[in-house]
Ligand binder design. Structure first.
Ligand SMILES: C[S@@+](CC[C@H](N)C(=O)[O-])C[C@H]1O[C@@H](n2cnc3c(N)ncnc32)[C@H](O)[C@@H]1O
Length: 244
């Protein structure tokens, strides 16, 4: 979306924004005053985190450096844990520069050192050069580093919901496995198609999902069903189970 006083949606600070169809990024959450929009939300994100909780902020590479400075200010530099690079290989390729094929995920702990991080719970991945390690190690696989090679959601297949900015369950699964424990609660306040909820449920976590796009809500509802899930409007009133 772009800031535009004639725009079709009202966003942070009561400003109007125009929805811009940008291909697969039709619901792109990029505003002119990006950090002004994100700042108050990140302050609340920190407030809502448990003492051992961790925040993952998934960003476009064009915005990540601004948001990292913002997060350093909100959390403190000592609470910065990682800059994850999610690398994929899909879509068109620029001819005038290196094709951009990664997103950035910034990771901050509410309290570094006290944060939950269960590396043993994370699915292991194949070694790039299995011939360089023992057969036992090769069979066990290795823990992911801060560079994650992972395909986007395939354009066809069971995982696909049709939501344009849907993220792969494999990326979210790794995050939930490492940074929350079974029975704990996971919050995603830019939830889109509800991947965080689907993965959290699969892994035995509770979840709270927020999105201001009605289409996202319909997709989440189709994906997560009614069983054990409450759908409520911003004022707390229950939503009727129709897409109308
Ligand atoms: C990149 S998508 C998230 C995709 C999600 N991870 C998934 O797997 O489907 C970002 C979402 O943030 C939502 N969003 C943007 N601005 C918002 C706001 N002010 N309040 C709530 N949701 C917002 C958009 O509607 C969009 O669904």
């Amino acid at each position: 979306m772009r800031r535009d006083e004639e725009g079709d949606r009202v966003g942070f600070g009561g400003h109007r924004y125009r929805t811009v169809d940008a291909g697969t990024r039709a619901f792109v959450d990029s505003f002119g005053d990006y950090t002004g929009f994100l700042g108050p939300r990140l302050v609340h994100a920190r407030r809502l985190l448990s003492e051992d909780g961790t925040l993952y902020v998934h960003l476009d590479y064009r915005e990540s450096h601004y948001v990292k400075v913002l997060l350093d200010g909100i959390f403190g530099r000592d609470c910065f844990l990682n800059e994850l690079i999610w690398a994929y290989d899909y879509g068109g390729r620029a001819r005038d520069r290196w094709p951009a094929k990664h997103d950035t995920i910034l990771v901050y702990a509410r309290r570094a050192g006290a944060h939950h991080f269960d590396r043993a719970a994370v699915d292991r991945i194949p070694y790039m050069a299995p011939g360089l390690v023992t057969p036992e190690k090769a069979a066990r696989g290795k823990l992911p580093t801060d560079v994650w090679w992972h395909t986007i959601v395939p354009t066809s297949g069971a995982e696909r919901t049709g939501y344009p900015t849907q993220k792969p369950a494999g990326v979210l699964r790794r995050i939930v496995q490492a940074s929350s424990a079974p029975g704990r609660r996971v919050l995603d306040f830019f939830a889109g198609s509800g991947t965080t909820g689907a993965v959290s449920r699969e892994l035995g976590r509770h979840f709270v999902l927020v999105d201001d796009n009605p289409e996202a809500l319909w997709v989440m509802r189709r994906r997560l069903g009614e069983d054990g899930v409450a759908y409520v409007a911003a004022d707390g009133s229950p939503l009727p189970p129709s897409e109308g």
